[in-house]
Design a protein around this ligand. Structure first.
Ligand SMILES: [Zn+2]
Length: 426
């Protein structure tokens, strides 16, 4: 068919951020909810960031990792969560995420099995590092889509490992770590403080004396004069991921690169985004910085970069699986889930709907971009009703689009508010 808008030539995507679904959605039939579902189903392909484990009792038991949760709570869903997301119209998701190790390796293996069984294409986690880096592939009538997914802000135990000799390797996620480039004077002060607290700083001998680690962060002392401290994507991880992007661009008609990271690594994310597009990706999908901070949109070489697509389903408070550690961390004695404080009071979100057209390569470009603002009904809505995505009404819709407009202005991308949604002026 390869006509003007046919296979491999035009594609409309619906992109959604973190989907922490704790309660079924498919029985709801109110208009504001169904209009969200319609946007997802009307797209040629829909993507979400899982940002949670899927724990199926058949693949358990699931032991608590015992660590402090990397960002507050443990985040695990029941397997029907995948059915609900599929019902909404989603066909693919990203699994390289912060909470991958919350329930040790069984949590990761169960998630992979559940997604495979439900027929949701996934990328970013695996039984080994090679598998975690390997793209997920989704067939649509508009072409074959590859998804590569990586994590930027990487808790210590989460990266997958490949087998080595008699060692079988380790399940985990695809890391695209961020190092910090720092000037020698600031590095010295930082090391002095850390030595006082912990006794010693780990020098990474193999990488030379100008590299040291504090916690899971690697610091590289720069040669330039002056004071500086900025994040940079780790070269070895970046190279390995870009190799997958180049391979995927040959295997598939469309390539998506998903990257989960947090605010402090914004500069490194820009480097990753540009590299992904330089190496053949059509869309960069950033997520992870929290929904209060919906990021900007850059159009780079005619391709869209979404720096942060936010949170799509925010039902954190009603998730059932929680670590006993959270009660201790929060100084809650003899508590239940009901005693754990509310999450952020506002969870704003948006569905990002780009349309790309043209043959694969530099000619292909973004020809349309619609932004559907989503209301998560945060506090004071009761917990049992919070976090279900609804199309935002006018006042909130305007506020959400205004936030994205401002964040995108730094990239000279203009967004306007029209008929309750955001539309990019291309
Ligand atoms: Zn995260």
């Amino acid at each position: 068919m390869n006509s003007e808008s046919g296979e491999g030539v035009e594609l409309t995507l619906a992109l959604a951020g973190d989907a922490r679904i704790a309660r079924p959605l498919s029985m709801f039939d109110d208009e504001r909810f169904l209009s969200v579902v319609k946007v997802i189903r009307d797209a040629d392909a829909a993507f979400f960031n899982l940002e949670a484990l899927l724990l199926d009792a058949r693949y358990g038991p699931f032991y608590d990792s015992g660590g402090e949760p990397p960002h507050g709570r443990y985040v695990a869903l029941e397997p029907w969560g995948a059915d609900e997301l599929k019902w909404m119209g989603y066909g693919m998701c990203s699994c390289a995420m912060t909470h991958a190790w919350d329930f040790l390796y069984n949590g990761i293996l169960s998630t992979i099995r559940v997604l495979d069984e439900k027929g949701i294409v996934h990328a970013g986690s695996g039984r080994t590092l090679s598998e975690a880096r390997f793209p997920g592939y989704l067939q649509t009538k508009k072409g074959y889509i590859a998804l590569i997914s990586a994590l930027g802000d990487v808790p210590p135990m989460t990266p997958a490992l490949d087998p080595a000799g008699c060692n079988l390797g380790k399940p985990g996620i695809n890391p695209l770590r961020t190092d910090v480039i720092i000037d020698s004077e600031t590095a010295k002060k930082l090391q002095e403080v850390f030595v006082k607290v912990r006794g010693k700083v780990t020098k990474v001998e193999a990488w030379g004396h100008d590299v040291f680690e504090i916690g899971s962060t690697r610091y590289i002392i720069g040669k330039k004069k002056g004071h500086y401290c900025y994040p940079k994507a780790r070269e070895t991880d970046l190279d390995a991921n870009m190799r997958e992007v180049r391979g995927a661009a040959k295997q598939a008609d469309w390539v998506l690169f998903a990257y989960h990271y947090h605010d402090m690594y914004n500069d490194a994310a820009a480097e990753v985004a540009h590299s992904a597009i330089d190496n053949g990706a059509d869309v960069f999908i950033g997520h992870g910085s929290g929904a209060r901070n919906l990021g900007g949109i850059e159009i780079y070489k005619n391709k869209p970069i979404f720096y942060n697509i936010g949170v799509f389903i925010a039902q954190l408070e009603t998730l059932k699986f929680q670590s006993s550690g959270i009660y201790e961390n929060m100084n809650i004695k003899d508590g239940t889930l009901g005693d754990i404080p509310d999450e952020y009071p506002t969870w704003w979100s948006c569905l990002f709907v780009p349309t790309l057209r043209g043959k694969q390569g530099p000619e292909r470009k973004l020809v349309g971009l619609r932004l559907y603002p989503i209301d998560q009904r945060p506090t004071p809505t009761p917990r049992g009703q919070r976090g279900r995505p609804l199309m935002a009404k006018r006042k909130l819709a305007r506020e959400i689009i205004e936030g994205i407009r401002k964040a995108s202005a730094q990239f000279n991308t203009s967004i306007e508010f029209r008929d309750g949604i955001g539309v990019a002026k291309l």
